[in-house]
Write a protein that binds this ligand. Structure first.
Ligand SMILES: [Zn+2]
Length: 403
């Protein structure tokens, strides 16, 4: 339905808020108008053709044609009639979220979680493939197994596959460097696209989390810094509502900024990276001796959160030290970008308010009062679904131009 070359020339627009700023050329006019109308209907929830014409500035005849096309492709459906303005009551249209399925997989942590989602990010099926970290070719095989499983559970034609992975991913979907998975120059997008004959979009996991928070988190902010802390650490940055990828698609890779050159060796080859000092495996390791159960992994993290909330001084001082190291790197980013809203995403949220409070204090100590006073720090609102929702949002954005 949509002209591939046309939409590819666009920057992703992932907000349900209506804002098409690109002036279309003659070549991509039709795709542009389809996207404009679909975005308008999605943003409104339910809307008449006359109101679409008023909002978009397109002629009623063009709107009728485009709505009919979207309806015949299943993307748009009639929702009934609206109040009459004197004549015949207008037919109202809405987006049919179930018209297409999206398969999304989160490779962030040792749990490889996949979901089948609809066009509005609602999940209908979820699978967990492994609770152990799997690397290299074995990791690719396991991802394929996960996708095979998900493809058998799609209730509608599949729009595309979205993968959220740690590391640096280029625009072609090649994982340039993901030391956590031991992937180096793996053309993951091309491999999966060949296998499934579907569009495949691979995105950095922190960036996916940022997309999810922007699209579904109801933050009402056009600039957002999402710090994802799980087995690794990375940041996703949205500036003026658009993902900032950087010159080489590596923006936000703050987990491997060296904080202590004499610190612990990191899997990236350096020593004392932020990840070695503040990611979840390290937190669990240093908290465990003070925890009664020592169950390992996420459970230990939850226990540490409970102990901190109960005022356990040893756990609180570990949290403070961790927040201090994070705050040192994060405050520089905040100062450079002048971003007011920082969202903490990932399994670290199990530490609850004491962690957030410590991080807030660490940033307050490190930046100008004028920056600190406007800074809002919160946990993500999309929870442990963030990366999958963001990877799916990326597919919808790239394929249809909307989320
Ligand atoms: Zn490193």
């Amino acid at each position: 339905m949509f002209d591939k070359h046309s939409y590819r020339s666009w920057e992703p627009q992932i907000s349900p808020r209506l804002r098409v700023q690109h002036k279309a050329t003659r070549h991509d006019q039709r795709s542009h108008n389809l996207r404009l109308v679909l975005q308008c209907i999605l943003g409104a929830g339910s809307i008449s053709r006359a109101d679409i014409a008023r909002t978009t500035g397109l002629t009623p005849a063009t709107i009728s044609q485009l709505v009919a096309e979207l309806e015949s492709d299943g993307f748009v459906t009639e929702l009934g009639t609206g109040p009459s303005a004197g004549g015949k009551p207008p037919t109202l249209y809405g987006v049919n979220a179930g018209a297409r399925s999206i398969v999304a997989v989160d490779l962030s942590d040792s749990e490889r979680v996949g979901s089948v989602l609809d066009l509005k990010g609602t999940s209908s099926y979820r699978t967990i493939r492994s609770r152990q970290s799997v690397q290299g070719q074995e990791g690719i095989d396991q991802l394929v197994d996960t996708i095979d499983d998900l493809m058998g559970e799609t209730p509608a034609p599949v729009l595309g596959i979205g993968i959220g992975t740690p590391g640096v991913v280029d625009d072609e979907g090649t994982v340039v460097e993901a030391s956590y998975l031991d992937w180096h120059d793996v053309p993951l997008g091309a491999l999966l696209s060949d296998r499934y004959s579907l569009p495949v979009y691979v995105i950095n996991n922190s960036r996916a989390a940022a997309l999810a928070e922007y699209s579904f988190g109801d933050h009402e902010a056009e600039n957002l810094l999402v710090l994802k802390i799980g087995n690794g650490i990375g940041a996703g940055v949205l500036l003026d509502g658009r993902v900032h990828g950087g010159e080489d698609s590596a923006a936000g890779e703050i987990g491997h900024v060296v904080v202590d050159p004499k610190g612990i060796p990191c899997h990236c080859g350096k020593s004392g990276c932020l990840e070695t000092m503040a990611a979840v495996p390290r937190l669990v390791e240093v908290c465990a001796p003070f925890l009664p159960n020592q169950a390992g992994g996420l459970e230990d993290l939850r226990d540490a959160g409970a102990a901190a909330a109960a005022g356990d001084q040893q756990i609180l001082s570990i949290i403070e030290e961790t927040a201090d190291n994070l705050g040192r790197v994060l405050s520089t980013t905040v100062a450079i970008l002048d971003i007011h809203r920082v969202v903490i995403s990932g399994i670290v949220s199990a530490l609850g308010d004491p962690f957030l409070d410590s991080l807030r204090s660490a940033i307050d100590r490190a930046v100008l009062p004028t920056l600190a006073s406007k800074l809002e720090l919160c946990y993500g609102r999309t929870g442990d679904r963030a990366v999958r929702m963001g990877a799916a949002a990326n597919v919808v954005s790239q394929e249809l131009g909307v989320v």
